[in-house]
Ligand binder design. Sequence first.
Ligand code: EPU
Length: 430
Amino acid sequence: MEKFVISGGKRLCGEVEISGAKNAAVAIISATILAEGVCRLENIPNVRDVRILMQILDEMGAKVRNINKNTWEIDTSHIKSTVVSNEMTRHLRASYYFLGALLARFKHAKVGMPGGCNFGVRPIDQHIKGFEALGASVTTGNAMVEVKAKEIVGNSVYFDMVSVGATVNVMLAAVKAKGLTVIENAAKEPHIVDLANFLNLMGADVRGAGTDIIKIRGVDRLHGCQYSIIPDQIEAGTYMVAAAATNGDVLIKNVIPKHLDSISAKLIECGAQIEEFDDCIRVSSHGRLNRCHVKTMPHPGFPTDMQPQMAVLLSVAEGTSILSESVWDNRFRYVDQLIRMGALIQVEGKAAIIEGVPQLKGSPIRADDLRAGAAMVIAGLIAQGETTIEDIHHIDRGYEDMIEKLQALGADIKRCEFEPAETKAVSIVG
Ligand code: EPU
């Protein structure tokens, strides 16, 4: 197994290049199922979630070519199977996008229940509601979801809550439907806009992405195209917080500063300095940062995927901060790890009350999920002494070359092999 070993206390200084957005890439890769022809995708992050999706497409009969580290060509013309086994889908949440894409193309899909980070219950009722509104019938059982339709017909879909996944899935299902689909209370995240741009380049008619009403007029055919994925808002935000938390000075390159507004605003409130340029952003800080209150919300609010990283920064800020989570039911599991490092945090329902301490101390900790893992890295970077982080496979799902990027900024971090102390008996839970 592998772990990260960090010797904390170094300021991060220099430049870092942000990779393509994982959550845009996973939607767009699934959307290639709709194209008649080859899609060439550039700026695809080289992360584990992407590699798993490519493997699923390959096993379904698509021609998948890795042109270079961040460029892939995908030709889905020869896909025959409309079934994706639970064995493949349990590794990542985004596997549910195969439902919408396969339904649009074959009017049938049977896909294993999606996996991904554990934030408590992750229902898909809004996805199902959307498919049913378009004329599909949906059945679930044996850890599989099956959708089928004689015909996909455009309709109005009103979501009860803002859901990125349900918005993407209904967009995918509706682009080849008969007539007009109107999604109300749609998600507005940057990756929704990126998917719409990609679909339109393939010949779709999607309007309004980035607002809460998206209108999709179905077309008969979609063709292949060449597309470059947007920069990763959350990877950029993670380096912004790491720069500020370590009292560093980092130029974060290849970003869309507008996507980072909510993160910049909170860092400025804490006393960090932010300078924006066309496609990069500089973050620096001096001395101890101040407390601030943060509430996560769908875009353009403060992203839930930046909540654990921000908790680390606030854990050493001056004063008491309240961090409220309004997107997920249970996204504070990582707090126990920070407490082991000396943080003073109390979780009450969907809020964490963080009393800033002067210093965290290096400890053996683990990554509970992808973003919590990134937060543990930041904790290790600011802590006094050595921190080891286990379960780093979560981090590899979504951060390209994290070790190399941090080393180039002056961090003392390495990836090491280790033998687990004891092999625990495997228990099967229902
Ligand atoms: N929800 C429902 N029913 C549904 C769908 C969602 O109740 O049918 C609820 C969820 O339980 C949650 C809220 O709605 O409380 C928002 O969930 P959403 O559907 O927006 O989340 P998702 O699509 O499963 C994506 C990202 C997550 C990110 C969330 C919120 C991808 C692949 N994943 O998940 O990213 O936290 O949106 O922004 O795009 C990550 O990258 O680390 C990550 C977890």
